[in-house]
Design a protein around this ligand. Structure first.
Ligand SMILES: NC(=O)C1=CN([C@@H]2O[C@H](COP(=O)(O)OP(=O)(O)OC[C@H]3O[C@@H](n4cnc5c(N)ncnc54)[C@H](OP(=O)(O)O)[C@@H]3O)[C@@H](O)[C@H]2O)C=CC1
Ligand SMILES: O=C[C@H](O)[C@@H](O)[C@@H](O)[C@H](O)C(=O)O
Length: 318
């Protein structure tokens, strides 16, 4: 089967162009190493070159094994052909720990550098946790200045080609911009037809911060998502009219908004289907219908971390 070529975007302060569609590696229930590795290899064969991982997902090691295997098999000639994003976990989100946390991820990945390093969440945990929800005492506000200085140090040391944010609101991004020597290249947030992020996108456009959409399919079949996108009648009707699947309509919609996408499928057919969104377009009446869909946030941090005051406040920010 043919391998799709995915267009890339040049990001502020990032030395490497980022493919506009990336493969997510956060799976539920968590995939075992062999399953994740096989899926990533399959994705490379399908044409994916951007992989989104995080210290917290436990998918850095399977990704390392898949990269090594892809090189062995000659699916790629060099690691440089891949764009690897990983994330600073909240338990290490303070000035003195950022660089060592980045090195820990590099060790897990067996890479000399990643292409993008993101602050995973706009909060700090005072302990390493292996399960959620967490106790309220360990949840702290993020020291934005200290954490961002640590991220800048990672970039200056050559541990990453670019640095950015994830799950940051307009207010929190403003705080970063007010102290940044290197501005954040992007903010990775939930975005899909049912949570379109209009306000945040407008703000980021004005500030030159790129948006990456996560859970573009609403993360169906995971504990942090639901089936409201893949089972939406409005999207299904548009899909029928265009001869596409509902998932492709959701992904094409995000693509047409000028954002990049990270979406996860460990299924050979679906991961290929999700790349077939580049050579057709939604009609203006489709876009009109999608713009009228009622909005609801899918991923609330409080449902993961616990309904703690600080977490509820973060969830309320846009
Ligand atoms: N920064 C952050 O805080 C967050 C980042 N992320 C990142 O974004 C990635 C993608 O988001 P995610 O939350 O996984 O959700 P997605 O919206 O990408 O949905 C993934 C789910 O949809 C299924 N699926 C994939 N393709 C199709 C299809 N064509 N038709 C029907 N179902 C499909 C997958 O199952 P199957 O594998 O069986 O196909 C999986 O259950 C994550 O893997 C992670 O890397 C996600 C959440 C938070
Ligand atoms: O333990 C918590 C989880 O890792 C969660 O907070 C994040 O990982 C987020 O859902 C994501 O998928 O990026």
């Amino acid at each position: 089967m043919a391998c799709v070529t995915i267009p890339s975007v040049i990001l502020k302060g990032c030395e490497k162009a980022m493919p506009l569609i990336g493969m997510g590696t956060s799976s539920y229930p968590p995939a075992d190493t062999e399953t994740a590795k096989a899926a990533i290899l399959e994705a490379i064969q399908a044409g994916y070159r951007h992989f989104d991982t995080a210290f917290a997902y436990g998918s850095e090691k399977p990704l390392r094994e898949a990269i090594a295997e892809a090189l062995r098999l000659g699916l790629i000639q060099s690691r440089d052909e891949l764009f690897i994003t990983t994330k600073l976990w909240a338990s290490f989100a303070e000035r003195t720990q950022v660089v060592s946390a980045c090195k820990m991820s590099l060790e897990n990945l067996q890479l000399e550098y990643v292409d993008m390093y993101l602050i995973h969440l706009p909060m700090r945990l005072t302990e390493m946790i292996s399960r959620t929800p967490v106790a309220e005492e360990i949840v702290r506000p993020l020291d934005v200045k200290g954490a961002w200085e640590g991220m800048e140090e990672c970039k200056n040391l050559g541990l990453t080609k670019g640095i950015g944010l994830s799950n940051f609101s307009c207010k929190k991004i403003e705080e970063v911009l007010s102290i940044a020597k290197i501005p954040p290249a992007l903010n990775q947030v939930e975005m899909n037809p049912l949570w379109q992020q209009r306000q945040l996108r407008e703000f980021c456009r004005a500030k030159g911060v790129h948006i990456t959409a996560y859970s573009p399919l609403g993360a169906n079949n995971t504990k942090w998502g639901d089936n409201r996108i893949v089972e939406s009648d409005v999207l299904a009707n548009i899909a029928k009219a265009r001869g596409k699947t509902t998932a492709q309509v959701a992904l094409r919609w995000a693509h047409e908004q000028g954002v990049s996408i990270v979406t996860k499928s460990f299924n050979k057919e679906r991961m290929r289907q999700n790349l077939q969104i580049l050579d057709w377009a939604l009609h203006s009446e489709d876009l009109e219908k999608i713009s009228q869909l009622p909005q609801r946030k899918g991923l609330n941090l409080a449902s993961i971390m616990g309904p703690h005051q600080l977490v509820l406040e973060l969830d309320a920010e846009v």
